[in-house]
Design a protein around this ligand. Sequence first.
Ligand code: A2P
Length: 277
Amino acid sequence: MAATGTSHANANDINEQSAPVETPSGCHAETVTEVEHYTDRLFRFRITRPASFRFRSGEFVMIGLPDARQVFRAYSIASPSWDDTLEFYSIKVPGGPLTEFLQRVQPGDTIWMRSKSTGTLVLDALLPGRRLWMFGTGTGIAPFASVARDPESYEKFDSLVIAHGCRLVAELAYGQHLVAATLADPLVGELAANRLHLIDATTREPYDRTGRLTMLLENGTLEAMAGGALDPATDRVMICGSMAVLVDLRDALESRGFTEGSNARPGTFVIEKAFVD
Ligand code: A2P
């Protein structure tokens, strides 16, 4: 008969439950400062930033939790490199090895963060250009929340366009708040005024625009709203979403003459998977 394990806890069980969990090597133990839930699938949280932690806007880092033991997942940093706290935007996966725990964090809780950040959705991986497009689906908007709040983006580009595609209207809130907060920000608000644009769309609920970003690109809606055709001579593009989104948007861009870039070899577009699924 299987043991239920509830009535006869022995000394080892008690020790295991009460012993503080040691921070793994190469990790910072940081404190949650803010949590906001948007829907039953989406939430954002902020943590303290280690004084020694440096990153480039658009990069990702590995996140874990004492509760989830050694499970770490890649998370795009959604705050800019100048910010003194770090923001993350996450999906909640029922039964997910990390997000099942992460979705319950409260201010004051501890989050583990590995000390090295990396990624290709960075200005350095793009050749100089005039207009920067950021295509994100779902939580794939997260790295662009960092890039759009970085003054360097406005030094390098005349205008920034975020194209955000989600299933439902409520899932667009993060992008809408991001743009409103950026425009109201004392540091970047003036730089972003009339230069940061959001084009958002849903696929499973009526909204001002409906349809996948691929379809809205193909039928000219995005270009018309952004005020001009996508041109590899002057436009630069970042893409973040599911694998299917990356493949389809990459095909669409390559057929228009764009070439993929990397940190080692900058190009006219860059891609990264929205990791947590
Ligand atoms: P759809 O509702 O038609 O699947 P998810 O929440 O699953 O990550 O999806 C986020 C958004 O990305 C949804 O609007 C979804 O549309 C859309 N999407 C899914 N696959 C693709 C694709 N291959 N190209 C463009 N958009 C896609």
